[in-house]
Design a binder for this molecule. Structure first.
Ligand code: ADP
Length: 350
């Protein structure tokens, strides 16, 4: 059987924390956990003067991980780079799906849930859905952030009518944080707000991940109910790596009826399954065409097929967005409304 991160975290959660009531996972010690070809590497954050108390913990963690199926070797590093969880005597609630902070992180954003918006391929309307959904959620009283993780062709600045805008920075606690750009009631960040020109940007793999992590962690998001991440399209290694890095609480898959028929949506579900990220639902885009002249609706790809396909995949069906001229026009004009089907789906997502 293959390695499962979820199972690894469950095993680590059996190890008691020497300093805080509870186990090392609920104490928030685990800073990272990766697996490559059966070799598992983990980092535990500990306070510098307490290293010795953690030597037995490291041994126990390595031993229990090496007993897992699919693991050849496990190596745990104790890192005192950051103080680790505060020792205020309070029992911290742990959640392995809390976004992980890279070492040295000092921002004080409080993001309740990170949600990835993904699609098996480009052009299905993922960005359009992400921005309208973000606005719809904000209209329903949630504080919402939207991060455009499409490094190669950032579309968010145009979609919210902020092309050419540069993000401002703010120095907090000796650290320079980037301020999100606000528009239509949401906080937004895109590489397009950080670079000088808006041309397509060519990055190599590790740089992409670095740039997205920076946008996630070095942006002063403040307090958010949800941060939506408009993922780069596809279900390959870069997307998998990014999902692992961000560790969202859940993922939403945007798909057109054709992709469903071609089983592309299944690839997305499989990808998130590999890293134990629950798929919260499927949004069917460009499902129904409403004739602008006579107002009649046409189910070009058949009615309810997508709902059935989603059920077969074991994914909740969040709803359908019609193919509508006004949606494209609003996107081009930078005035997405988040109304109509987007509002209904936002409700379902909440
Ligand atoms: P992706 O992010 O998946 O590459 P986009 O969101 O950029 O796709 O959408 C591709 C094109 O389709 C855009 O021109 C967008 O305005 C248009 N579009 C997306 N969804 C709809 C829709 N429901 N109705 C009309 N046009 C849409």
């Amino acid at each position: 059987m293959a390695y499962s991160e979820d199972k690894a975290i469950k095993r680590l959660a059996q190890i008691a924390d020497p300093l805080i009531e509870g186990d090392i996972i609920s104490a928030g010690r685990l800073a990272s956990l990766t697996e490559t070809d059966g070799v598992v590497q983990g980092v535990l954050q500990i306070p510098p003067p307490e290293a010795e108390a953690f030597f037995p913990v490291r041994e126990a963690a390595q031993t229990t991980l090496e007993q897992m199926e699919g693991v050849k070797r496990a190596s745990i590093i104790l890192s005192a780079h950051k103080a680790g969880p505060e020792l205020d005597g309070q029992k911290r609630k742990g959640n392995p799906h809390q976004p992980r902070r890279p070492e040295g992180y000092q921002g004080d954003s409080q993001i309740t849930k990170v949600i990835a918006i993904s699609s098996a391929k480009g052009g299905v309307g993922k960005s359009t859905v992400a921005v309208n959904l973000a606005i719809a959620l904000a209209k329903q009283g949630k504080s919402i952030g939207l991060l455009d993780a499409d490094i190669h062709g950032p579309s968010l600045p145009m979609l919210i009518g902020k092309s050419g805008v540069r993000a401002e920075t703010n120095d907090i606690h000796d650290r320079r944080l980037i301020l999100p750009v606000t528009a239509h009631g949401i906080a937004a960040m895109s590489i397009g707000f950080l670079t000088k020109d808006d041309g397509p940007i060519v990055w190599r793999g590790p740089m992409v991940q670095g740039a997205i992590s920076r946008m996630l962690w070095d942006v002063d998001w403040g307090k958010l109910d949800m941060l939506l991440i408009d993922m780069p399209p596809g279900t390959g290694d870069p997307q998998l790596g990014l999902a692992q890095d961000i560790k969202p609480a859940g993922a939403v898959i945007v798909s057109t009826p054709q992709d469903l028929a071609l089983l592309d949506a299944r690839k997305g579900a499989t990808m998130f399954g590999k890293v134990d990220i629950p798929v919260l639902g499927l949004i069917e885009n460009m499902a129904v065409f409403t004739c602008p002249d006579c107002g009649s609706t046409h189910h070009i790809f058949g009615k309810d097929g997508a709902r059935r396909d989603a059920e077969n995949l074991g994914i909740p069906y969040l709803g359908a967005i019609p193919l509508e001229m006004s949606i494209r026009e609003n996107s081009d004009a930078g005035t997405p409304s988040g109304d109509g089907a987007f509002a209904t789906i936002a409700k379902a997502l909440i």
